[in-house]
Design a protein around this ligand. Structure first.
Ligand code: ATP
Ligand code: MG
Length: 433
């Protein structure tokens, strides 16, 4: 019997994992500069948490979650996103009493039972960023700037390239607040009621459950109806209008290009006012790499104090899809290869080889050694397959002399070198180039 992974769940073999690690390292370095603190929250939460936060009538909760009863008949859900869990963490641990703003991020897998396709998996990874404690647009613009910085970070060397400069597009909108949003909802309900039969099946259901989601339906018939509607900004209250104006001015102040998208909505109920998406080129239908927005009422709704908040999530697989063609494969090859390969000529050399390998690793070098009785030719072939830059050849003669043969695999040169001189030389090459 042959096992296969669960549909929509994937392995990350070393060549893939190394790219993931590279992206995560870059993202973390940026997040730390903005003073975000990394946290870890459970993958499993009580189902109720997601019903209360994401919303009972959203696509995610109704169709996409992995929900089951455990052995104690408790309803549990694999997290489809991290915001709800972070809010629970803030409340449960009393973190809301700490100095504001609270700035957290977490990186890990999310689970949604969707139809797998390009850029859509059932287990996927997110970098989730959340800021609690402030209502003003300054934090929003800082957050958006940081999101763009993270997305562009693997392409820093290419930042002058016109194609790269426009790889990501920021779209913004405001969903209004509890004062003005209901007016737009009522407007949507009354104007779409007559054309209900022209909408796709999903949108007909959305009309009852979640009319805002109709606005970003890709079905052409729905699009025709959507285009006839008044945009949401006609319904904003004065405060929401001012907030959005300030946000736009701040984006301009930082020279951040943006597109106003009045049809931008989010699949979750908890958003208020500012929402945004960063879309990547060349991704097809699933082109949103980063999505976020403000959720001022969520903490209160989950039983905490009033604490306005804003955050975003980057889908790591989509981010990787978008930038991978521009990454230099050489960087990754180096990350996966040993710096030094030790070739031991005969079993009698194994002990000395073991000792030498340990000494080199103590000196921070990445070392591979084969304890196999093979000919020199065969060992060099192995070193070549691993793309090791240097090979240390250790035979009976070398050990007697207290030396090794150091071979440079790229240049094809070799020299006999004493063990005392070996480590400084390799360090000069690999650690302080
Ligand atoms: P979409 O419209 O693509 O379904 P969403 O509104 O469900 O997006 P969010 O919940 O805002 O997405 O998730 C934030 C980001 O996480 C997305 O922009 C995307 O990059 C990533 N993401 C969401 N769902 C998936 C998935 N099934 N597979 C891979 N990445 C995903
Ligand atoms: Mg979705």
């Amino acid at each position: 019997m042959k096992f296969q992974s669960v549909r929509g769940f994937k392995d990350w073999v070393p060549e893939e994992f190394i790219r993931y690690e590279h992206l995560i390292d870059l993202a973390k370095a940026i997040l730390k500069k903005y003073n975000y603190q990394e946290v870890k929250i459970p993958i499993l939460e009580k189902t109720e948490l997601f019903i209360r936060s994401i919303g009972e009538v959203t696509d995610i909760v109704q169709k996409e979650t992995y929900t089951f009863q455990d052995r104690n008949q408790e309803f549990l859900t694999l997290r489809p996103e991290a915001t709800a869990g972070i809010c629970r963490m803030v409340i449960e641990n009393g973190l809301f009493m700490r100095p504001k703003p609270l700035k957290f991020f977490t990186i890990g897998p999310m689970f949604r039972h969707e139809r797998p396709q390009k850029g859509r998996l059932r287990e996927f990874y997110q970098i989730d960023v959340e800021l609690f404690g402030n209502l003003t647009p300054w934090y929003e613009v800082e957050l958006i700037k940081m999101g763009l910085k993270i997305l562009y970070s693997p392409l820093k060397d290419l930042s002058e390239d016109e194609e790269i400069k426009n790889l990501f597009t920021l779209e913004i909108n405001s969903l209004g607040c509890e004062k003005c949003r209901p007016n737009y909802k009522n407007y949507l309900l009354s104007s779409l009621k007559d054309s209900q039969n022209l909408l796709c099946n999903t949108c007909q259901q959305r009309l009852e459950r979640n009319p805002f989601r109709i606005l970003d339906c890709k079905n052409p018939n729905c699009q025709t109806e959507i285009q006839k509607l008044e945009p949401i900004h006609k319904f904003w209250c004065e405060d929401c209008e001012l907030h959005f104006k300030e946000l736009k001015e701040l984006l301009e102040f930082l020279d951040l290009k943006y597109v106003l998208n009045p049809y931008l909505v989010r699949g979750l109920d908890y958003y208020t006012r500012t929402i945004f998406e960063i879309k990547g080129k060349g991704l097809g239908a699933q082109d949103t790499v980063c999505a976020g927005g403000r959720y001022d009422k969520l903490l209160e709704e989950l039983g905490g104090p009033f604490l306005p908040a804003i955050g975003f999530a980057i889908g790591i697989e989509r981010w990787e899809l978008c930038i991978s063609q521009y990454l230099n494969p050489q960087t990754f090859l180096e990350r996966l290869s040993p710096q030094v390969f030790i070739a031991l000529l005969g079993r009698e050399q194994f002990n000395e080889g073991l000792k030498l390998a340990e000494a080199l690793r103590e000196a921070d070098l990445k070392v591979e050694v084969l304890y196999e009785e093979k000919s020199l030719k065969a060992l060099l072939r192995e070193a070549d397959k691993l793309s090791s830059k240097k090979v240390l050849i250790l035979g009976e003669e070398e050990i007697k002399e207290g030396k090794v043969l150091l071979k440079d695999m790229l240049q094809g040169t070799q020299e006999k070198i004493s063990l005392e001189k070996l480590i400084p030389k390799l360090k000069e090459e690999f650690i302080y180039p």
